[in-house]
Design a protein around this ligand. Sequence first.
Ligand code: NAD
Ligand code: TDX
Length: 332
Amino acid sequence: MARFLVTGGAGFIGSNFVHYTVEHTGAHVTVLDKLTYAGSRASLAGLPEDRVTFVQGDVCDGELVDGLVADADAVIHYAAESHNDNSLRDPRPFLDTNVIGTYTLLEAVRRHDARYHHISTDEVYGDLELDDPARFTETTPYNPSSPYSSTKGASDLLVRAWARSFGIRATISNCSNNYGPRQHVEKFIPRQITNVLDGMRAKLYGTGENVRDWIHADDHSSAVLAVLERGRIGETYLIGADGELSNREVLRRILLSMGCDEDDFDHVTDRPGHDLRYAIDSSRLRSELGWEPAYRDFDAGLEATIAWYRENEGWWRPQKAQTEADYRRQGQ
Ligand code: NAD
Ligand code: TDX
């Protein structure tokens, strides 16, 4: 039985990967998660105890990390400070977790010769004009805009350096915006859904013309498994599902689906340095590894996500008041 160490496995995408792995493989998963404001044990509820072990701890803790990596065949590194708006308020935790945490894991991987997969984001490439026919590819130069994306870019470069200089067996994937169940209410889609459920107005930054390239978290997980199983060592794979939509359009669909008027929202202060558009060309992943997304109908995936938040108020309620208080302080 393969032994996976999944960092950040109590977060949105990491927990999706743990559920997906238990369902689709025979691997045993050890989750290492600090349980910051973004992590929740409830996201791992219902998983069989003989398949998943939970360890609460920090990826920057060298001794803890060394012991866990020594027992793993493969390390899949999701743990990160993940929210752009938080990185504009207080960048320091992003440097600690995203840069030093990755360095700590890489050193342990080097000592124990574990297979390493690094989870990253399309935001490392900066942004595109709305009318640019180009999309991001594996050779697009890095040009990150925010403290979040610059620390993710830094962590990717550490992985490349450790692969080249020390020969670690590493792959990297850079994925576009994920949606689905168990996403923190600070993020765009869950924030709007839970605002409507709470009788508050939805909040759109700036004009809302900004475009994001949406992918269901299950499709991100299936792509990561494909890279782990069949990816070329040393390679980077972009993960995306051709899901470009403007924020204004996503919000319109949420509002109409929840029985609101499409104008039932407030324009709020824009995010400083707000990236205009992300778009992923995932040809390499599809042609080399034969991966295809299972969720081709964004509206159906969005409906299911809205239903999940309706049915799981107990999961998101503890996060909501503090998140909105933080946004209010910034006029958002
Ligand atoms: P998230 O904020 O929901 O979860 C992050 C998890 O990491 C939490 O459980 C948190 O407790 C844990 N964590 C934070 N600091 C830690 C530390 N020092 N030690 C151990 N655990 C720690 O984030 P997410 O949206 O699930 O993102 C997961 C990964 O995927 C990140 O690396 C992110 O950059 C990447 N990514 C996210 C998206 C997206 O759309 N959300 C897209 C592409 C890539
Ligand atoms: O209330 C809001 N109103 C709004 O208009 C919020 C919270 C966001 N937005 C806009 C900002 C973005 O253009 O919606 C878009 C999506 O925002 P976020 O959910 O914060 O995501 P984004 O900044 O695009 O980054 C996400 O995708 C890439 C993840 O948070 C990152 O971790 C990932 O790397």
